[in-house]
Design a protein around this ligand. Sequence first.
Ligand code: UDP
Length: 319
Amino acid sequence: MRAVVMGGAGFIGSHLVDRLVADGWRVVVLDDLSSGHTANIAGHLERPGFEFHEVDICGDWEVAGGVDLVLNFASPASPPRYLQRPLETLDVGSTGVRRVADFAAAKGARLVHASTSEVYGEPQVHPQTETYWGNVNPIGPRSVYDESKRFAEALLAAYHRLGRVDVGLVRIFNTYGPRLHASDGRVVSNFVDQALRGEPLTVYGTGQQTRSFCYVDDLVRGILAFAAAGSEFGPVNLGNPHEVTVLELATLVGELTGTEVNLVHHDLPVDDPTQRRPDITRASELLGWKPEHSLRDGLAHTVDWFRERSNSNAVKVFA
Ligand code: UDP
């Protein structure tokens, strides 16, 4: 079996690649390395049957040979990244997704596309079910990501209705774990990095806003179960329903890093959602899936990884 992973050098993509390789798949990674890193897939580059191609999914690219599964995880995903590249983000969700859909159709492969909890915007239904249509400001700064992901869902729903491709949508909620980049700008990577450096943790707004954080291994298990779920379209929410405030997260990061927590408050980004929690009934009924890692347990692994990485960077700096 052979899989093509778009964005396979990125945070979630590279964890998918690890799992697929471990399960015996031949894997082709396409990534423009705008936010991914070859270090994330370095262990596979010399492996027979493994391919990596540095390409922009909106450009001209092709993969020769048979393909059974296409996983589309190519997109800027953290707020600072997509706000820095607003037009590219819109292109990725429109032109890029269309190219990927045509590619999967031509290969006769199942396509699993990474959608997002951001399609729910500032949710007025809590927790969020897949039947909720969302509440997105179409012209706010965040819309370049939210609307691009909503457009991609509309595009793939049309492909599905036309019977052009076997496609499924996963709506991914906040995810964390090893390989989150310290400069990514997400709350987990920022807090862990700041705590380990002895810096104050940057809380945007009051810190009373909530998120529900899923450990990346749990997410990957859910995505691959969905990929294997026949011709299921979904969409299906994948996330951990354990909801915490940003302040509670800060306290836990302080505890797990063994540091005293000092906070510095910054302005809340425009249209930052007040609350977010997945209803995962559909995923549990359809796939028998639920997350297994608690936030404490997953964060402890993440802190260990950040510690090891900063130690190995220190070795490089002083070598
Ligand atoms: N946030 C924060 N401090 C940071 C980064 C983010 O307080 O250093 C907040 C952000 O405003 C949001 C939440 O943490 O309310 C989650 O942000 P993140 O960028 O990780 O993901 P989002 O859910 O916004 O895509």
